[in-house]
Design a protein. Structure first.
Lengths: 420, 232
């Protein structure tokens, strides 16, 4: 087939497509939307898995009040659930002194600002957290002074609350928006660079800030206790909500698991974080499979529609095809017309799928980021893209070929007598 | 059978065409033999169901016979595959239909050029041939018009130019005046006569006696057989 024949075929295609813009656009959009959903489901799933795995920020275990390990991870790592109870300070000390533990960082929660959790912690957190890169503060930022009412805020927290360096705010009681405001006023001294982890959606303050927050009562065996501003809090009154841990090695993890979860009942040692997260993702795997199946169904429906259009278009152009045959167009050329049409429309649907999936991913990533702090916007090359890039024009060409083979069976002279 | 030359352009020997309708075999043509020489002007006539269309398909290489032997310009048509049939249509036959069958979104010149594209001729050669064929039917000033900008007669002349442009051995016309008024029909028949005088072989399929009389020879079909074959 020479270039001139191809050009003629292409012109025939363009001119005919121009006459059925609307149904073609709908079919291409339908197939493209299906493809976009398939790509989005796969890409978002992969990115979510990767983001969830990186969410631990270098911590692979959490010690928290007795509950399920998953609850501990959701509250200690993802900050999506409130802590169900506090732990005595001694538990943190035991962990910090344990040779099987490489890093132990205490955190304490219970307050929020405009729905963003406020967590008290040790400034050492910012020296050890983050993987593969350490957390960083933005320009002109600094870490909070542990003895002052100062805060370092995550990038999402900054964007959502509008807080910036030098701003003041009053923490509210409880994890939900609308809680009663504490009298304490905090100054924002640092804003974190985005980490893509749940830490981005946190307002970090000194641990003692949580313990000394007005209205907070520390529980002790002797009853409730509120420390005086100038008084040092005795160790036996200190509390933490959880301890973020980096276990020295796997055998240490197993031995701590045995010690805290099987032999003891005082707290839950949630380890390893990645496996716990993976089990959640795995449990939700069927949702992804169903979504993917539905998406493929949409693709199928779109291509079915496309087939109907190509077939109908060929029926309308039977006379044209017959004319081409009488002037000596070989079978390959006659069948190439619907094949080319289908392939071009399929390729267009593929492009629509690719473009739409980017839009969907941006929307999903924004939503997930604002809800969890996780960053799904990255993501490298996915082999599914190649599959879709090849599959869409191929399927389009195939339906065109099917329609063309059917059209070739029409008797040209009969058609030419009928048509005008 | 009245062949007018020693080496006929078109030779059919014992040609039959059978269609299967359910369990039944329907004979569209039964043992038809005929020869048409070069530069003959022949009309094929017959009532509806006589086998005219089947004959047209076979002569035009749009179909192959169920049995018998068909030679066109010395080539055994029944032995050709689909692509070879397409090639022989392109080189040896120029079709003219009652309904013109022009591509509506191409210009007159574009329509005339179409067979040359499939022959793979270079652009300059195509341009020269298209201009010549369009001039031959007197439409040089309408070359850039689309079919809907032309009258019925002009459209049919474009179709004739398209049939002539490949310089085929045979011009095969199916009811070429059927969609035209009497005056325009006469004009088109004069064009065919002119083409014949220019040395072409013309086969006209028609059911109109008046039209058939323009030919030199009339072959009448009835019930799939040649009923008569006589000079006008």
């Amino acid at each position: 087939m020479n270039a001139r024949v191809l050009k003629t075929l292409f012109l025939l295609l363009v001119r005919d497509a121009g006459r059925r813009k609307l149904p073609l656009a709908i079919a291409i959009l339908a197939a493209g939307l299906g493809g976009a959903l398939v790509l989005s489901t796969i890409a978002a799933g992969a990115r979510a898995r990767s983001a969830f795995n990186a969410a631990g920020a270098g911590f692979d275990a959490v010690l928290a009040a007795r509950s399920s390990p998953l609850q501990c991870v959701l509250s200690g790592i993802f900050h999506l659930e409130p802590f169900i109870a506090n732990l005595p300070w001694d538990f943190y000390v035991r962990m910090a002194d344990d040779p099987r533990i490489e890093v132990a960082i205490p955190i304490a929660g219970g307050d929020s600002y405009e729905g963003i959790p406020i967590l008290g912690t040790d400034a050492a957190l910012f020296e050890v957290a983050g993987e593969p890169e350490r957390w960083r503060l933005s320009r002109n930022s600094r870490l909070f002074d542990p003895l002052r009412r100062e805060a370092v805020i995550g990038s999402v927290a900054a964007a959502e609350t509008g807080l910036n360096l030098g701003d003041h705010f009053h923490p509210a009681h409880g994890p939900e928006e609308g809680g009663e405001e504490h009298d304490d006023e905090y100054l924002v001294v640092g804003v974190m660079e985005p980490t893509g982890s749940p830490a981005d959606r946190v307002i970090w303050i000194p641990l003692e800030g949580v313990l000394r927050m007005s209205g907070h009562m520390l529980q002790s065996p002797d009853g409730a206790y509120a420390p005086d501003p100038d008084e040092e809090i005795p160790d036996d009154m200190m509390q933490v909500s959880a301890v973020l841990l980096r276990v020295r090695d796997t055998s240490s993890g197993f031995s701590l698991d045995q010690e805290w979860n099987r032999d003891g009942r005082d707290a839950t040692f949630a380890w390893p974080v990645t496996r716990l997260v993976a089990s959640v993702v795995q449990r939700l795997g069927w949702v992804e499979a169903v979504l993917r199946a539905l998406s493929w169904f949409t693709v199928l429906a779109g291509f079915g529609f496309l087939f109907a259009i190509v077939h109908h278009s060929l029926r309308e152009r039977r006379g044209e095809l017959a004319t081409l045959r009488t002037v000596g167009a070989p079978r390959s050329v006659v069948i190439s017309i619907p094949f080319l049409e289908g392939a071009v429309f399929g390729a267009l649907a593929g492009l629509v799928a690719y473009a739409l999936h980017h839009v969907i991913l941006v929307i999903v990533a924004r939503y997930v980021r604002s809800e969890t702090g996780l960053d799904l916007s990255g993501g490298g090359f996915d082999p599914t893209y190649v599959t879709v890039a090849a599959l869409f024009p191929l399927c389009g060409g195939l339906i065109g070929l099917l329609a063309g083979l059917g059209a070739y069976r029409w008797q040209p002279t009969e058609l030419l007598r009928r048509s005008g | 059978m009245t062949p007018q030359s020693d080496s006929p352009l078109l030779l059919m020997e014992e040609i039959s065409k059978v269609y299967r309708v359910g369990q039944e075999e329907v004979y569209a043509l039964r043992s038809v033999s005929l020869a048409i020489g070069r530069n003959e002007y022949v009309a094929i006539m017959g009532p509806s169901g006589s086998g005219k269309s089947t004959m047209m398909n076979l002569i035009g290489c749009l179909d192959t016979p169920s049995s018998g032997r068909y030679l066109l310009a010395g080539r055994a048509v029944q032995e050709l595959d689909e692509d070879e049939l397409a090639a022989i249509r392109n080189r040896e036959i120029g079709f003219v239909f009652q309904t013109f069958n022009l591509l509506p979104r191409s210009t007159a010149a574009g329509n005339v050029e179409l067979p040359l594209i499939y022959r793979g001729l270079p652009a300059a050669e195509r341009k020269r041939r298209v201009a010549g064929a369009i001039a031959r039917v007197g439409l040089s000033d309408r070359a850039t018009h689309r079919p809907n900008q032309l009258s019925g007669g002009q459209r049919q002349r474009v179709a004739i130019a398209r049939a002539l442009v490949t310089e085929p051995s045979l011009i095969l016309a199916d009811e070429p005046t059927g969609n035209l008024d009497t005056a325009t029909g006469e004009e088109i028949l004069r064009a065919f006569a002119e083409i014949h005088r220019g040395g072409n072989t013309v086969v006209l399929v028609t059911h109109e006696e008046d039209v058939a009389r323009h030919a030199q020879r009339i072959i009448r079909l009835r019930d799939g057989r040649v009923e008569s074959d006589s000079a006008v």
